[in-house]
Structures are given as C-alpha cells and as structure tokens.
Design a protein around this ligand. Sequence first.
Ligand code: IPE
Ligand code: IPE
Ligand code: MG
Length: 255
Amino acid sequence: MAATEKYNTAEMTSLGLEPSRLPEHVAIIMDGNGRWASERGMPRIEGHRRGVDSVRTIVEESARLGLKQLTLYCLSSENWKRPKSELELLLQLFEDYLISEREEIIRQDLKFSVIGRREGLTEGVLREVAQTESIAQHHQGMRLCLAVNYGSRGEMTDACRNIARAVQRGELNPESIQEETISENLYTAGMPDPDLVIRTAGEMRVSNYLLWQISYAEIWVTPTCWPDFGLETLYEALRDYASRERRFGGIPASQ
Ligand code: IPE
Ligand code: IPE
Ligand code: MG
C-alpha cells in the first residue's frame, strides 16, 4: 500500500483549515475511556479498546495534515494507582497495538519515540517498543511520540540527576546551565515543544503532562471522551488553534 498522501491546500481549505496556521506539534491527553465505557454499561477496558481505534484514526489524519509531531499520553506514572487487572490489560493493549500498527508505521514512514520510565513495563512491551524503534529509525515522516509510564516531574527529576552527574564529572560548570541544558536533558531532547495541547473528556488540568514543554502551548479541552474523538473533533481543535493569537509574552502584532 502506498504511503498516506498529504492533503493539498484545496483539500485543507475545504476542511476549513489553513496550512500556515496549523500547529507543528500536537500533544493529546487521551482521557475519558473509562467514563465512555461506564456510560454504556461496559467494563472500563472496553473504553480503552475503543480508544485504540481513535488512536489509529488520529495518527493517520495527523500525518495526512502534515503535522511534524503527535505526542499521545498513553499511561502516566500516576496511573499505577489503578487496579492491577486494568493495568495488565492496558499494557497488553499497548503491546498488541505496537504489533498491529507496525506495518502502518512503515507505510506512513513515521518516526517513532516512547517517552517515560521503562521500569514497570512488561517484557513484551519493552520488546515491541525496541522493535518498532528499530524499524522506524530511518523514517522521515511525522514523529509519533508515545508517553508511557510518563510523568513530567519524574522527567525533570531525571534531567536534574543527569545534569548533576555532568557537573560532578567536571564536564559542566553550574554557571553555564541554560534553559537549553534542561531541555536537552529531558526525554523530549531534540523535539519541538507542543504548540497545541488537546484534552478530551472535559477535565481542566494537565495531569503531570509535559509541564516544561507546554509553557507556551495553546490548550483546547473538549467534553468528548477519547473513544468518540474523530476527525471532526480534531478539525474543530485545529480551527480553534488557528484563531488564537500567540504572544509569547509580547503584545498583539496589530499594536
Ligand atoms: C484515559 O482514560 C486512559 C488512561 C488514563 C490510561 P481513563 O481511563 O482515565 O478514563 P476516565 O477518566 O476514567 O473516564
Ligand atoms: C491522564 O489521565 C493520563 C492519561 C491520559 C494517560 P488521567 O485520567 O490519569 O488523569 P487524572 O487522574 O484525571 O488527572
Ligand atoms: Mg481519566
């Protein structure tokens, strides 16, 4: 099967999108799987299963729109508080996703990264992550970045440890530590900061997601639960983003 064709300008316009006003990097907090299932009298895991279908749709569409990066919050470091049975099923679903999506990752030429701590992940997950990282290493398309066992405070703690070790070895002078030094020691080293954060299922919080990286990101929250998040909701978020004026601390361009 041929690689996914990107939309041309006319196709974008017909969707109400303007290529020059699209974000380069979208980060999503995929929330509400459990509520989606409960509302339908189903077990929570059914919501996670349906959530994987939304992941497929949104990954493919993001590549077609020409985004540079899509970062998806799959499992937080705080999610270990959940019942063991839910965690086992989540990790199994993640492993199955990595296996079943490999062909798509090749077809769409996606770069692939996983951010978060590796401890606690199953052997199966680690094996499939390594396999996907290896097949994707020379890819040139959009970067698909999955946050798994990810927590921003843990990430910053790990970065501090790295930097302290470099100081201890005499390779780094504390006075020469810059904001870039911190960025380069995060799991997201070398990646652009997100321009847009989308959170599904209505909660107005960031839940320990990319705290350093989203300093100036635009935030868009929808009541739609992740299993119901489709193309139209994505376009809605992108249209709203296009209407924002990003100031980065400055004043409006018109003044
Ligand atoms: C998001 O859905 C998926 C994960 C956190 C793994 P939830 O499982 O948090 O769903 P709700 O918030 O309970 O509805
Ligand atoms: C955030 O959702 C984590 C993921 C989407 C993986 P949570 O459901 O864990 O967030 P809280 O607990 O409602 O803040
Ligand atoms: Mg939740």
